[in-house]
Design a protein around this ligand. Structure first.
Ligand SMILES: Cc1ncc(COP(=O)(O)O)c(C=O)c1O
Length: 393
């Protein structure tokens, strides 16, 4: 009896002591599950969640996951790129906090928002050149952050007033005047830092979150930084992972991947409505090859073209069935994922990027998506696709 009592006292004593020591060290059961305290908004970037898209997984017999880059503090994967570019310029001494230095960027919006957020936090000004038809929410957000916003008409890259060229010219003009602070051109399309940050962070995160077990990675290409960095990392880990580029209508990337030629039928004289890429989708699709895309092109196995109509329907479907409220580029990725899953071995694991929230696209993309019946089916999304016979009911 004595022995038993002593044994019990020893156990209780050990538990109480361990608990007290852990409390002193700042641990508790809850705090073990909580993310660490951070010093600044830049420290919140990365380590984004991975979420199963249950509706599409159930209907296709595969496991489809979204890496929610929209959970970054600036609302997209572009936070990673913007921070990496700022750090690079700081290391080179071209950006010094508090000196009045200005970061210039030409962007479809997301990168501008990331720069606007980070410039405020790190002691710089953001000067953002956007196309005048960029969604109103993104422009309002940029203005709310206090960025200098320059709206330019949609134009071809050969036009000096095109948004990327306008940003470069702005940085050059400010830097030429040595009496003023420095201006740097972020140059996300050609800047090598862009794909590298996805190679160093987003790729490894995906691989770890999937327990080193995935069969397909699918996303679109704007600058090409996301797909190039992640594709290169994943291929190095396992060459059997298939990398698929999801491309919107009007973009030449699909043909570039499939046939080695950057071409879209809207290139035919007189058929193109919009200057850059003829789609409602913002952020992805291009008719030129960028340095960032080239850095990963040899790792891309295939491409899927997705129409605006399919993207609108898929956005409605994901919102209604999964509570996942996404913007256009994420929706394009989800259509390509569903198609891929219907052809793939059952049980295959597919990861897409959840690029940004639908809240960024209320006045343009979601205004149209709202016209879609909220009970839209996967068959209706994929249309005449022969694959619809494989949908599981
Ligand atoms: C919403 C959105 N999705 C996807 C992308 C494509 O990312 P990347 O430029 O790395 O190809 C962008 C690029 O700006 C974007 O804004």
């Amino acid at each position: 009896m004595d022995g038993k009592y002593q044994y019990l006292t020893l156990i209780v004593g050990t538990v109480v002591t361990t608990y007290s020591v852990l409390r002193c060290l700042g641990y508790s059961r809850r705090s073990c599950l909580l993310p660490e305290r951070k010093e600044c908004i830049a420290d919140l970037i990365g380590n984004t969640p991975m979420m199963k898209i249950r509706s599409l997984s159930k209907l296709t017999g595969c496991e489809i996951y979204a890496k929610l880059e929209m959970a970054n503090p600036g609302g997209s994967a572009k936070d990673r790129t913007a921070l990496a570019i700022i750090r690079e310029y700081e290391d080179e001494g071209k950006l010094v906090p508090g000196r009045g230095d200005v970061v210039f960027e030409g962007t479809s919006g997301s990168t501008g928002i990331s720069f606007a957020m980070l410039c405020n936090a790190l002691g710089y000004t953001a000067h953002i050149c956007v196309q005048s038809d960029t969604s109103a929410e993104k422009i309002a957000l940029l203005e709310s952050y206090g960025a200098d916003v320059e709206k330019v008409k949609p134009a071809s890259i050969v036009d000096p007033e095109q948004y990327v060229n306008a940003a470069r010219a702005g940085a050059e003009a400010l830097s030429a005047d040595t009496t003023q602070a420095n201006g740097v051109f972020a140059d996300q399309f050609e800047n090598d830092v862009n794909w590298r940050i996805h190679y160093e962070t987003t790729g490894p995160e995906i691989y770890e979150q999937m327990n080193h077990d995935l069969d397909y990675f699918i996303t679109g290409s704007g600058t090409g930084g996301t797909i190039a960095g992640i594709a290169r990392y994943l291929k190095e880990q396992n060459p059997n992972i298939s990398i698929i580029l999801a491309d919107p209508q009007g973009s030449g990337m699909f043909n570039r991947v499939r046939h080695g030629v950057m071409y879209d039928t809207v290139e035919k004289e007189g058929t193109r409505r919009r200057h850059q890429v003829d789609t409602i989708v913002e952020g992805i699709g291009l008719n030129r090859v960028t340095h960032n895309f080239l850095e990963g092109e040899d790792c891309i196995d295939d491409s899927q073209r997705v129409t605006d109509e399919q993207a609108l329907k898929m956005a409605r479907f994901l919102s209604s069935n999964d509570g996942l409220f996404v913007g256009a580029s994420s929706s394009i990725n989800a259509v390509a994922a569903a198609r891929t899953a219907l052809k793939a071995r059952k049980g295959s694991k597919i990861v897409i990027i959840g690029c940004d929230s639908g809240a960024r696209h209320l006045s343009k993309f979601w205004k149209e998506a709202l016209k879609v019946d909220r009970h839209v089916s996967l068959e209706e999304i994929l249309g005449n696709d022969k694959l619809i016979d494989n949908i599981i009911h």
